[in-house]
Write a protein that binds this ligand. Structure first.
Ligand code: IMP
Length: 429
């Protein structure tokens, strides 16, 4: 298995949680490398049902060391709630570590995320309002507060008062709302700090040592490639990089240590929040996909926009991530479809585009060019052998592999962790 990076190939919500859960069974270290509690997935296992936004799902395996690494922005209240929930279900969290370099989401980040979205009005980005944009902006502006700062109350107080002085000017003068209290935030975060102290440490060495020893390591991304601030549909993007390359910067592991890069793709496309999505279906087929696959945001509960698989965007994602493998999820959602469309190119004015444009003004005007394939009528949820899949499903996968120029190694055919098909030859597991 060695070092495997797992990333979302589309606009997030591809079902990374299930694939990570599957691969984590054999892992020694599982580290989240980007995003914050804007991500989220539900894990159902013999211990119960868990909604995880920050803790890697490897926590359910006793041999796995779980790391929330430096590339992640942490809301301490959300993390402590997750840790509490795990304790209440008898899960040992002594193998969970938080990077001392990880930035913290502060009350002014969530407040400013709300205020900025309201100010944008009709141009709102549709953020998750978890403070993600503001916390990563502060990281780059050198105004951030990091988990390690909580370990020394004097350092924490001086960093907080410097940041808050500036934030309060913005709250009062720009947004004309009440300033936030230094004392209240200080007390609240010192309390969080006491509870989080046993988890906070330097974490890149744990990951590096495991990688050097050849132990199986999983680096878990958040969101999806098309939400990347550089390569995604800017400005309708998130604020930390969901790409495989970010797994190095977000954990402190060098690129030469990475052996495989697995992109998770849904069988169709979804998107939450605003921004262009050329294959979006605003008709009964889009509604059918949403209903069958229960496509509602895990973090915000918003209905997801659904559409046919876009291989122009998908091919771009394969390239910018350098994918070695694809895991295709939700293939069973197409059970009963008589025909299935795949977007193979875009029509832009009189031109045919086969590469993903960097300018959303162009992307917004692109019309998908579709190829139509026969579907299949039977239910595939009980199938575990690739050869037993109906011809329609195998043809669909083979056409995707051709158009994306990347092999599909795993296929998920239902929500349960056993509902998975390994496509041979498979060396991921
Ligand atoms: P933010 O990350 O909350 O700032 O939101 C920016 C954009 O990324 C919005 O369109 C969100 O809906 C989207 N986004 C953020 N996290 C996720 C996710 O985990 N899945 C899908 N979309 C996400």
């Amino acid at each position: 298995m060695a070092v495997i990076v797992i990333v979302g190939g589309q606009w997030g919500d591809e079902g990374k949680g299930k694939i990570i859960d599957l691969l984590a069974e054999k892992a020694k270290v599982v580290a989240r490398f980007s995003g914050g509690d804007n991500a989220g997935h539900t894990v159902i296992n013999p211990y119960g049902e868990f909604k995880l936004h920050l803790v890697p799902s490897g926590i359910f395996y006793s041999q796995v060391t779980c790391i929330i690494s430096n590339g992640v922005a942490i809301n301490p209240a959300v993390l402590l709630k997750e840790i509490d929930d795990l304790h209440n279900h008898g899960i040992d969290t002594s193998r969970l570590f938080i990077s001392d370099r990880a930035h913290l989401i502060m009350p002014y980040h969530t407040l400013l995320d709300e205020l900025e979205e309201e100010r944008r009005n009709k141009g709102a980005l549709g953020t998750t309002r978890r403070g993600i944009g503001p916390v990563f902006a502060d990281k780059v502006a050198r105004l951030g507060i990091r988990a390690g700062d909580l370990l020394d109350e004097d350092t924490f107080r001086s960093r907080l008062s410097a940041a808050l002085e500036f934030k309060n000017i913005i709250l009062i003068k720009v947004y004309q709302v009440s300033p936030l209290s230094l004392e209240e935030i200080y007390d609240q975060y010192c309390h969080y700090g006491e509870q989080l102290a046993p988890f906070i440490r330097e974490t890149s060495s744990i990951i590096r040592e495991a990688a050097i020893k050849g132990e199986p390591v999983l680096l878990e991304g958040a969101q999806g490639a098309l939400l990347d601030p550089d390569f995604g549909t800017y400005p309708y993007v998130t604020s930390s990089s969901p790409l495989a390359g970010a797994s190095c910067i977000g954990t402190g592991l060098g690129p030469r240590e990475i052996n495989r890069v697995v992109g998770i793709f849904k069988t169709y496309n979804t998107r939450v929040g605003a921004g262009p999505m050329p294959t979006e279906l605003k008709d009964e087929i889009g509604d059918l996909i949403r209903k069958k696959a229960r496509e509602y945001g895990a973090t915000t509960g918003r209905p997801r926009r659904c559409g046919w698989f876009d291989t122009v965007a998908g091919r771009f994602s394969v390239q910018i991530n350098g994918l070695s493998d694809i895991a295709l999820t939700h293939l069973d959602v197409y059970d009963g479809f008589t025909s299935i469309k795949i977007c193979t190119a875009y029509k832009f004015n009189d031109e045919v585009l086969t590469s993903f444009p960097s300018d959303i003004a162009i992307l917004e005007k692109c019309q998908p060019i579709y190829e139509e394939l026969d579907g299949w009528q039977e239910s595939i949820s009980g199938i575990r052998n690739f050869k037993k899949l109906p011809a329609g499903a195998r043809n669909y996968m083979s056409r995707l592999e051709d158009l994306l120029s990347c092999p599909i190694s795993l296929v998920s055919v239902g929500p349960d962790r056993r509902q998975i098909i390994l496509v041979k030859p498979n060396t991921l597991l």
